[in-house]
Design a protein around this ligand. Structure first.
Ligand SMILES: Cc1ncc(COP(=O)(O)O)c(C=O)c1O
Length: 137
């Protein structure tokens, strides 16, 4: 098996992985009747010590939903200048959530607490958008 960490989309599943997927028990996820999704969500909730978890079939869907849940239109998200939410999601953050991004000049995608602190807008300065979220990849 080739493992390429550039992206999850590059790694190819093995025959064993494909067979496992083929044999997976499936059902209607909306009615919580998909045993595979239920098991995955329970395992992830347990892993992170949370009450519940939600399975998303794509990273973009998860990112866009998270931004929507944590912000109000007009607010601002702090993220690295090369972040996926800013560069590769078709402007979805502004379209779906009505937010702007405050770009941080990180190092290979990594931003520091000090950079984040310096990017938070003064809540008393009402001309600036309210800082609502920090996105870390
Ligand atoms: C950090 C990050 N977010 C989101 C995505 C998008 O994931 P998807 O292609 O499943 O929508 C990727 C894809 O590589 C990613 O690296």
């Amino acid at each position: 098996m080739e493992i390429n960490l550039v992206s999850d989309t590059v790694t190819k599943p093995t025959q064993e992985m494909l067979q496992f997927m083929f044999r997976a028990k499936v059902g209607d996820d909306v009615y919580k009747q998909d045993p595979s999704v239920n098991e995955l969500e329970e395992a992830v909730a347990h892993l992170f010590g949370m009450e519940a978890a939600l399975f998303f079939p794509s990273g973009t869907m998860a990112n866009q939903t998270a931004i929507k849940l944590h912000t109000q239109p007009g607010e601002q998200v702090i993220c690295d200048k090369y972040s996926h939410i800013y560069h590769y999601e078709g402007g979805g953050a502004s379209f779906h959530s009505g937010v702007s991004c405050c770009l941080v000049d990180g190092t290979r995608g990594m931003i520091t607490a000090e950079q984040v602190r310096a990017s938070i807008n003064d809540p008393e300065f009402y001309h600036a958008p309210k800082t609502a979220l920090v996105s870390i990849e």
